[in-house]
Design a protein around this ligand. Sequence first.
Ligand SMILES: Nc1ncnc2c1ncn2[C@@H]1O[C@H](COP(=O)(O)OP(=O)(O)OP(=O)(O)O)[C@@H](O)[C@H]1O
Length: 236
Amino acid sequence: MRNEPLLNARGVGKSYATGGGRVIALHPTDFAVERGEFVMVSGPSGSGKSTLLAIISGLLTPDAGQIEVLGRDITAMGKAEADALRLESFGFIFQGFHLLPALTAMEQVSIVLRRQGLKSRLADTRSALALEAVGLGHRLKNRPDSLSGGERQRVAIARALAKRPQLIFADEPTSALDSTNGRQVAEMLRATALEDGVGVICVSHDPRLEVYADRVVRMEDGRITDPGVRKEAYSG
Ligand SMILES: Nc1ncnc2c1ncn2[C@@H]1O[C@H](COP(=O)(O)OP(=O)(O)OP(=O)(O)O)[C@@H](O)[C@H]1O
């Protein structure tokens, strides 16, 4: 399962026009993720972490560079093809959870599965299993306003995992959580990479979570200053 690059970005960069000139959010950067690898991207505010994540997940078009995902060049794809790849193979977990207020925990997950083409009964079964796997089997019918912050983030994780993605992109997934829930979320991401061979890329500036990562990439001023070294084994 190891050493297969799931995602390989080369020379991706981004700048923005501002009133007085251009801000370079990301200098040309190389970044790769292997199967089963949990990579944490850390660095101070404004160092380019979210820009890198948005580019490699196909949400933001880079000014230059190329991104291969599962052997396919996403920078050369049309919008429809890129959207289909994202729906099929990518899971997203963001700060603030992005849950729909009117839907129960089970509906939050099954709606995504139905969008992938699953019949509603199978979507519901898989949704319940995914919620049980994150310890929310007793909260299937709850709406977001009756869930704690940690539970809401676990719904968002179940939603990302239920579609069985090959890659998970997480941007500050623990920022709204206390340290116990934050560690639980990091452990879940770690287990997903290890057990399911998923590539997980997590942006965080919480140093307490670094212990869970296989590799910590450090960024500063729009550059990767340290690509990190992959740990051999995780002892739990
Ligand atoms: N749409 C935009 N327009 C102009 N400048 C931007 C835009 N998006 C990001 N930037 C700038 O690019 C740089 C990198 O931003 P980015 O959000 O990637 O950093 P970050 O490391 O994720 O920060 P944080 O930890 O605060 O979320 C910053 O200087 C930011 O102000």
